[in-house]
Design a protein around this ligand. Structure first.
Ligand SMILES: [Zn+2]
Length: 192
């Protein structure tokens, strides 16, 4: 794939850096009775606190499920990041696989997929991940398959990244709160 040459994946950190504890065990698959492998992983992420990721995978029928459980109380959050200057591209975010991402200036939005993984990256790395997602989608225009190039569409005067996460796990790393225009909005009434 040549489309994303101008974006780099170097900035994407693996969340495994923050692993605290891991346990694995097996259970019986609720769908086929096969062997269900359950992995519980605890992470302690700077400024975010502890989260637990439970992943289940059946070796027989292929059933797969991941849950992210924040161990500290979190609220449904919407984060607006305005990117105008070059240094704004280094604002670091944590994106949970329960979050949707929107860039309203180009009418782009992406919703969490089951295969999405959690990652920590800066805005540049985030664009790279979005470009990868776009490359996987088939877009038909005038009977031809086309690939949208995000960088070509983004306005030079700047753009806004909106991350919305009902579980409140997604965040901007605190060390980045000093620069760029970042607004965090907590959405009430979604907490049961
Ligand atoms: Zn199964």
């Amino acid at each position: 794939m040549k489309e994303s040459e101008s974006l780099s994946s170097e900035n994407i950190e693996k969340i495994s850096e923050y692993l605290v504890e891991k346990s694995e065990f097996t259970f019986s698959c609720p769908y086929c009775g096969g062997v269900l492998h359950i992995k519980e992983t605890y992470y302690s992420i700077p400024y975010l606190g502890r989260i637990l990721i439970v992943s289940k995978k059946c070796s027989k029928c292929g059933y797969k499920h991941n849950d992210i459980i924040p161990l500290q109380k979190k609220q449904h959050v919407r984060i607006y990041i305005r990117v105008e200057k070059d240094e704004d591209k280094y604002i670091k975010v944590i994106r949970s696989n329960t979050a949707s991402i929107e860039i309203p200036e180009i009418g782009f939005s992406i919703h969490p997929g089951t295969q999405a993984s959690m990652f920590i990256t800066n805005i540049e790395g985030l664009l790279f991940r979005l470009q990868e997602a776009i490359n996987r989608m088939k877009i038909l225009e005038d009977d031809k398959k086309i690939t949208i190039n995000l960088l070509n569409r983004i306005p030079k005067e700047g753009f806004t990244v909106i991350i919305e996460d009902p579980l409140g796990v997604s965040d901007v790393l605190h060390e980045c709160l000093g620069y760029g225009k970042i607004i965090k909005e907590y959405i009430e009434g979604s907490d049961n």
